[in-house]
Design a protein around this ligand. Structure first.
Ligand SMILES: [Zn+2]
Length: 198
């Protein structure tokens, strides 16, 4: 059983004080917050590819690394990181080959029906009650568009300070190579120029 394995390992981990190399504080040393995808390939690769170590950053993850609601839990975590945990830069990092890219809500709903969890009738009733299940389950068409939109959402959020750079990047889940989609520093410089010209 997986839980049993985990607990046995955990006993050893604590007993042998293997936690010592990871001791740090809750304030992120690099003063950054990262929003990324829960993809299993990124568990170790993402921090290694960015040179992030325990204590360096706040890392928020979900399916697709998307911010689906301006006042949802991801945004709440970003706002908390900024105001309570000294984060001064925001990194939105999507990845190639993401499962949420061109995801298939209809297929997912069908799997729920096939497992006997629900029925087409119940799904219709939920939709009728105003919940768009297809929209809820859908990720995005294109990772670059998604990163750009999420970056804009955070940058223009009414509760995010205007002097915080919001970067958008895409990572290769195999090599860890990063490509910059949105350079938050350039966006900041542009908005300062714009203000001065007004
Ligand atoms: Zn993903």
């Amino acid at each position: 059983m997986l839980l049993q394995e985990i607990l046995e390992h955990n006993d050893q981990f604590v007993a042998k004080k293997e936690y010592v190399p990871y001791e740090t504080t809750k304030m992120p040393q690099k003063r950054m917050v990262v929003v990324s995808c829960m993809d299993a390939r990124l568990i170790e690769l993402l921090p290694k590819a960015l040179d992030i170590h325990n204590g360096d950053a706040k890392i928020i993850k979900n399916a697709g690394g998307t911010i689906s609601h301006a006042f949802g839990s991801i945004m709440r975590s970003i706002v908390t990181s900024v105001y309570e945990l000294n984060a001064e830069e925001i990194y939105i990092i999507g990845h190639h080959g993401c499962g949420m890219s061109q995801s298939n809500p209809q297929g997912t709903l069908q799997k729920m029906v096939d497992r006997g969890v629900t029925s087409p009738m119940v799904l219709s009733a939920i939709e009728y009650a105003g919940v768009d299940l297809h929209k809820w389950l859908f990720g995005f068409d294109d990772v670059v568009d998604s990163i750009t939109a999420n970056t804009e959402l955070v940058r223009n959020h009414p509760l995010i300070p205007k002097d915080i750079p919001v970067h958008g990047l895409v990572i290769d889940p195999q090599t860890g190579k990063l490509d910059v989609i949105v350079d938050g520093y350039k966006d900041l410089a542009r908005s300062v120029e714009l203000e001065q010209s007004l």
